[in-house]
Design a protein around this ligand. Sequence first.
Ligand code: NAD
Length: 461
Amino acid sequence: MEELDASRIVARQRDFFDSGATRDVGVREKHLKALARAIDGARSRILKAMKEDMGKPGWEAYIAEMGQSLSDLDRAARNVRSWARPRLVATPPYLFPASSWIYPEPLGVSLIIAPWNYPMGLAVAPLVGAVAAGDCAVVKPSEIAPATSAVLAAVLSETFDPAYVKAVEGGPEVARSLLEQRFDCIFYTGSARVGQLVMEAAAKNLTPVTLELGGKCPCIVEPDTDLRHTARRVAWGKFFNAGQTCISPDYLLVNSAAKQELITELAACVRRFYGDDPSKSPDYARMVSDAHFERVKALLDAGEVVTGGETDARSRFIAPTILDRVSPEDQVMQEEIFGPVLPVVEYGELEEAIAFVNERPRPLALYLFTRDRGKQARVLAETSSGGCCINDVMVHFSNSRLPFGGVGMSGFGKYHGRHSFDTFSNLKGVVRKSFLFDAYVRYPPYRNALKWTRKLLRYVF
Ligand code: NAD
């Protein structure tokens, strides 16, 4: 039944795409603006749904999801005409007289599978790229945030003909039946385990995939930094959305000369942010599900609790927690935490911290706090990560001029702003020749062509 629906949905979208309707950049612009209006109009419904799904504080929901989606949509609507225009690039002299162009063309029908932690933002962000690029899209929101999934599906159906963009709600079984269809592009955000399944399914049709995955994002702190500022920024990033953020600083790697003071400052920040009893704070989210609550709670069983540690299963509350004296073998240092628990690992010299990072899978983001430009350059050059912030955490996500995405086990493919447009496009390389001149050396019989070509290639081009 589901399979039949999936094939019909995709077939309708393929017909719509083949009709050429989405080739019109004006149509894309109009729909990007309409989606922005619809999201803005549904503001209170969306914020309420996120509160229901995971107690997301209104400000966090607005800034990280609605505000981000609206600014992505506005920016894409403003720029889609210039992104879609053929781009002139240089032409090597041996092709003279000619010009070379990159012609962006839509890929076709795309599939977007979204996660639960930013259930609206991480569905809309890739969708902006798909619509701007002129693709049709099937969006599969996460079943683990059901209230937001329902509002998002309603907003999309108010804005788009389902043959253009359609949300298909449901869990893994729905995702699987969608993945059995042939798409022209798949954009997946979520865990590496499911990412592998997505890639396997995509391989059958050689469909290009973007995988936005997770991992453990390290946060290195050198003693020359401003520790009060550092603590405030780290605590904000770690406990935002109760740590359920793919680019949350997963663990601290702190120089032993700064460790004690940093821990004291962090504990003070937690009190300032959420009061003496964070379970009463309106600004602190909950674990999204019982399963995630149990998983994160089990991670508390390591090292020494400096602050936090309290839990309440009924409300899926886990207090903002700092763990000192953890060992790399503890479970909390083996898996992505994805919850409000900050383990602290100490190092002596910067090279130890760099080695610690490089011995592990390449992270989605790396954070470094130091005033020393030499150390900044060294860490950038000697480590690899999808993105990086120096002297802050997570904020690189909000600059849509920067490509966002992972590397290695944290995923591949980049998006945001024009990078999203490019991800959902085929960038067709085109050379336009003139009839003014022809280099006869390229045509048989070649005679002395090799001798002349070697000289020309070496000395002229
Ligand atoms: P998940 O893999 O459980 O689910 C993501 C999506 O995949 C959901 O829509 C779900 O329905 C679908 N899905 C689940 N099982 C499936 C299956 N067997 N076949 C096909 N589809 C299936 O991931 P999650 O728990 O929602 O997200 C958490 C992970 O996502 C973390 O690792 C986090 O770091 C990562 N993440 C990455 C980014 C990023 O931008 N790189 C953003 C958010 C989350």
